[in-house]
Design a protein around this ligand. Structure first.
Ligand SMILES: [Cu+2]
Length: 155
């Protein structure tokens, strides 16, 4: 019975241990967004495009309910597809899903964000925040770099 004292781990101790060895003890379905970049449209009437890498390291799929920004009126998720007549078109995706243990890349000619009506104070090379509202209720904030839009936006 003496040994019991040493092998007894409370959940709190286990959590602390996991943090110490660099593991996240709770897999509550968080996203990791890297290389987020927004190609700012030269005209406010034309939406800007957003590209990034979104990673889901958890064992659960994660749905994105909304993406918000203080600097744009509206942010939507678009997917590009080839229509029957061979023309690349895009459609809005309401609740994009990032599957478990996977990475989704938003890039030119593929999935991308469209950002509408920028506020006037956005500057080239500055950073703004994108807020991801997940269906779990969690909100995550990621920086995105503002770049000048050089070529026309292809879909
Ligand atoms: Cu688009």
């Amino acid at each position: 019975m003496k040994l019991q004292r040493y092998v007894f781990f409370t959940p709190l101790k286990i959590t602390t241990l996991l943090i110490l060895i660099g593991l996240s003890p709770i897999s509550q379905g968080e996203l990791i967004v890297t290389e987020a970049s927004i190609k700012l449209s030269p005209m406010p009437s034309i939406p800007s495009a957003g590209y990034m890498t979104i990673q889901n390291k958890s064992q659960n799929e994660i749905s994105i309910e909304a993406i918000l920004s203080d600097h744009f009126e509206k942010v939507t998720w678009h997917e590009t597809f080839i229509s029957k007549d061979g023309i690349a078109k895009m459609r809005m995706k309401k609740m994009p899903v990032i599957p478990a243990f996977s990475k989704v890349t938003l890039k030119r000619g593929g999935k991308h964000l469209m950002l509408y009506q920028p506020s006037k104070d956005i500057e080239i090379n500055s950073e703004i925040d994108l807020i991801f509202k997940l269906s779990s209720g969690l909100q995550q904030r990621f920086p995105a770099q503002i770049h000048q839009h050089n070529k026309s936006h292809h879909h």
